[in-house]
Design a protein around this ligand. Structure first.
Ligand code: GAL
Length: 828
């Protein structure tokens, strides 16, 4: 029988399955209604899920206008914070419904939500089937008792309350919903996991654990490990015990290991089979009852005083960024191409890790991190019992925290990209005994569910956290900011290492350069700060300088972090705040209107790199050289002869700058200076139109490259550059997106850096206009209307494919200049 079974299962056909497992993503044909919708006049419209009901706006300071003191920022007095949660209409009730089909003969049905904002209450055919409190978590509902063969009605009611978030949380069913149909006896994927126990001398030991629900007698599970080319590399049989829980330890020879640089993925195949004996006929046959697959990677993670952070036994410093869950102009409705764009752009910068601050990641994002090679710190909470905002998660913590951590770990533990769990961010209880107890409890829960990964959390009050023992109990003590305290902290940490769980919070706006160039913590804009200057906020423009010298009173510049990362072996890496700008939290303009999105991003809200991107790239990307010059060189007459510092972000140590051919000096990086260890700066350059050129030299003094920036002439053309996940075409699946960067340039292609022309967009053919964003945190123009102003010469238009293959044309028009330009995007 063994042989027969093996042959059958390897062919992955087996004897016909009575009711084969079937997973359907419920994306189309949802009806959506906002507000209270049980009356006849309610307006329902057809939408697709993922969906964010608030992203179309309109922007208005009245939405979730918070008059609060932000305690983490050290504020004592409440003041008006208008754009804190994005100034978008996300508060209130939202209702979704749709029908789905259950084919004849299914014995078990589950709905899996990857997240719904917020407090989703789910009904099937009028019966309340389930509820989840936290909008960020995945949850599943067994709907078997409520379903019938044929049409079934699914209703999801959501509720968002004011002052429940410190940023834009989004609104709606913003992540996928899956219907999973199985036989009654089936493999429970949430209880199934693959762990790498050890990797030694070209052999990996992995453990597969699985759970069979409603096991039957004489069942066996056939396990197969399949490599990237589809070859079965290992198989194993395990008898299913009466309780249904089984484990199997498998040795893999010459394993291909998962790393960010080599994101090798295997597939685990599981077949639940049973021998079916027909005694009358005298034959025995094998019936496959359930079959399923999951992708996994072989790799180990460890942290220690001797080795720091190690992946597969190799020490590496984490070069990470924190990411919020919104996708800028797409809001929180997740989209595969948008997530791929985010991760690829970060990888090209040399970044190897993300922190899903401050909540659970989506499965789609984790799949992408697995396959592209991006390590992940998967976070859970921004608060526990003590509320950081009046109606935040603290309302639910006591009742829900364990269930939330459980789901986080169960859903995500098979993703090789995840290297650690985070149980919290800047938890106010960090100075208390209670806080220490909760840390121990949540960390232990993570360990029980997943003994293979360390647990961390980000602490912002080092002294308190060290006094209470809160920091000492963590597998990985994570400190947010305050690098100058690192050496004191390490003395009190038995772990012998620490992580910069959140760093930098440097602020800048793409294309904005302020003079004179001043290092500032921007506290002059904060009415609660001793250095507050009311005239500063009255005359402010709502932008931050891209000389990358502005930060917050609690934070610092990228250079300050690198000193610690480079000089102290016990600092195991960092997660920069943040990879991209996000909606809400417009610090330092928390008290300024209009401003509705952050300035922290290395890239802006449209996903365009700011100068800081090249600073990080010059430090982090070890495969490619970086030579980046700033600022732009197109200033008006008033700047002529004025001091206009020039910075070069490069991995090379030495460079010479020329203004219209005149040398401004050859300089080298200087480890003794705060801003000259990682940047090359010429501070005494006087502006004159023409060109600036930098020539860089390697460590041996050899000429290695140059970069030129020219003064732009008259605006002459619109340049359109499309980014697509697949390269040069979109999938005709109705989901794929093209991101078209529009730049206004002169005839030679030099950007017009101060252009703010109003553009309009027309999309025809096999696609539709999806959204537009210019990265200006103060813009109140809607993301979903086909018109927007350029911000410093650029913006990004997003176009969606339809399900019909063909070609999409995007036409961009600048009426004022009488210019237009079109781009064709093929779809297949
Ligand atoms: C941190 C916090 C982040 C964000 C950041 C801004 O303290 O963890 O969520 O608020 O400050 O600098």
């Amino acid at each position: 029988m063994r042989i027969k079974l093996l042959v059958l299962t390897m062919a992955v056909a087996a004897t016909a399955i009575a009711q084969p497992r079937c997973e359907i993503t419920l994306s189309d044909n949802w009806q959506f209604c906002k507000g209270s919708c049980d009356n006849d006049g309610a307006v329902w419209k057809t939408v697709s899920v993922p969906h964010d009901w608030a992203i179309s706006g309109p922007f208005d300071k009245k939405w979730d206008l918070q008059t609060v003191a932000i305690e983490q920022n050290g504020e004592k007095q409440a003041t008006e914070k208008s754009g804190r949660s994005g100034a978008l209409p996300w508060i209130g009730e939202g209702h979704y419904r749709r029908t789905f089909q259950i084919p004849e003969g299914y014995e078990h049905a589950e709905l899996v939500f990857d997240g719904a904002m917020a407090e989703p209450s789910v009904s099937i055919n009028g019966h309340k089937a389930g509820y989840w409190a936290y909008g960020y978590n995945a949850f599943r509902i067994d709907i078997t008792p409520y379903i019938k063969t044929g049409d079934n009605l699914l209703e999801v009611d959501l509720k968002n309350v004011e002052e429940s978030s410190r940023w834009y949380p989004g609104a709606g069913i913003y992540r996928p919903v899956k219907l999973v149909l199985t036989p009654k006896s089936h493999i429970d994927m949430w209880q199934t996991c693959v762990q790498t126990l050890s990797i030694q001398e070209n052999k990996a030991l992995i453990r597969v654990s699985a759970k069979v629900e409603n096991p039957l007698e004489e069942q066996e599970i056939f396990i197969s490990l399949i490599d990237r080319d589809g070859q079965i590399v290992k198989t194993n049989w395990v008898k299913v015990p009466a309780h249904g829980d089984l484990t199997s330890t498998i040795e893999v020879e010459e394993p291909s290991l998962w790393t960010p640089e080599t994101p090798y993925l295997y597939t685990l195949g599981l077949s639940l089979v049973r021998e079916d004996v027909d005694e009358a006929a005298g034959i025995a046959d094998v019936v496959t009852i359930d079959e399923t697959r999951l992708r996994f990677g072989i790799r180990t993670v460890s942290v220690s005083e001797e080795g720091g952070f190690q992946l597969n036994g190799v020490t590496r410093k984490i070069k990470g960024v924190c990411l919020h869950h919104d996708l800028g102009p797409l809001g929180t409705a997740i989209n595969k191409s948008a997530l791929i764009r985010q991760i690829k752009t970060m990888k090209e910068m040399g970044c190897d890790a993300i922190r899903t601050s401050h909540n659970m990641p989506s499965q789609m994002q984790m799949d992408i991190c697995d396959s592209l090679g991006m390590m992940v710190m998967a976070e859970s909470f921004d608060m526990w019992l003590y509320p950081k905002c009046k109606n935040g998660y603290a309302r639910f913590f006591n009742e829900w925290a364990d269930r939330d951590i459980t789901n986080l770990v169960l859903v995500n533990r098979n993703h090789p990209s995840i290297i650690m769990w985070s149980i919290g961010n800047e938890i106010p209880e960090q100075g208390s005994e209670k806080g220490r107890e909760i840390s121990c409890h949540l960390q232990e829960l993570c360990h029980q569910l997943d003994p293979t990964r360390p647990v961390t959390q980000g602490m912002d009050r080092a002294e308190e956290a060290l006094k209470s023992g809160f920091a000492q109990v963590m597998d990985v003590p994570g400190f947010n900011y305050r690098v100058h305290k690192y050496s004191k902290n390490i003395e009190q940490l038995p772990q012998g290492f620490l992580l910069g769980s959140e760093t930098a919070s440097t602020v800048s706006s793409r294309g904005v350069y302020k003079f004179p160039v001043e290092i500032t913590d921007n506290s002059r804009y904060a009415s609660w700060a001793p250095t507050y200057d009311p005239t500063a906020i009255q005359t402010a423009d709502g932008q931050c300088s891209s000389y990358d010298v502005e930060y917050c009173s609690w934070s610092n510049l990228p250079d300050d972090d690198w000193v610690w990362q480079d000089d102290k072996p016990w600092v195991i890496g960092e997660f920069v705040w943040t990879g991209y700008d996000y909606l809400g939290e417009p610090t330092p303009y928390d008290e300024y209107w209009p401003s509705r999105s952050s300035y922290f991003g290395i890239c802006d809200l449209a996903g365009l790199p700011k100068d800081r991107y090249w600073l990080y790239r010059s430090k982090w990307n070890k495969d490619e050289h970086t030579i980046h010059l700033l600022p732009h060189w197109t200033w008006d007459k008033k700047r002529r002869g004025e001091m206009t510092p020039v910075y070069c972000y490069t991995d090379y140590p030495t460079a010479e700058l020329f203004v219209n051919g005149k040398s401004q000096g050859k300089i080298s990086k200087n480890p003794a200076s705060r801003l000259d260890r990682y940047r090359l700066r010429w501070n005494d350059v006087r502006y004159e139109p023409g060109e600036i050129k930098v020539v860089v030299y390697d460590g041996q003094g050899n000429l290695a490259g140059e970069r030129i920036i020219r003064t732009a002439g008259k605006p002459a053309k619109l340049q359109l550059d499309a980014w697509m996940a697949e390269g040069h075409l979109l999938k005709a699946d109705g989901d794929d997106l093209a991101f078209v960067t529009v730049s206004l340039t002169d005839a030679q292609g030099t950007l017009i850096p101060d252009a703010s022309d109003q553009l309009t967009f027309e999309v025809s053919g096999a696609g539709s206009f999806e959204a537009v964003c210019n990265g200006d945190a103060t813009s109140l123009e809607s993301f979903t209307q086909p018109t927007m102003k350029l911000f410093h010469g650029q913006l990004v238009v997003i176009v969606r494919s339809t399900k019909e293959a063909g070609a999409i044309t995007l036409k961009v028009t600048d009426e004022h200049l009488n210019l237009s330009q079109a781009i064709d995007i093929p779809t297949r």
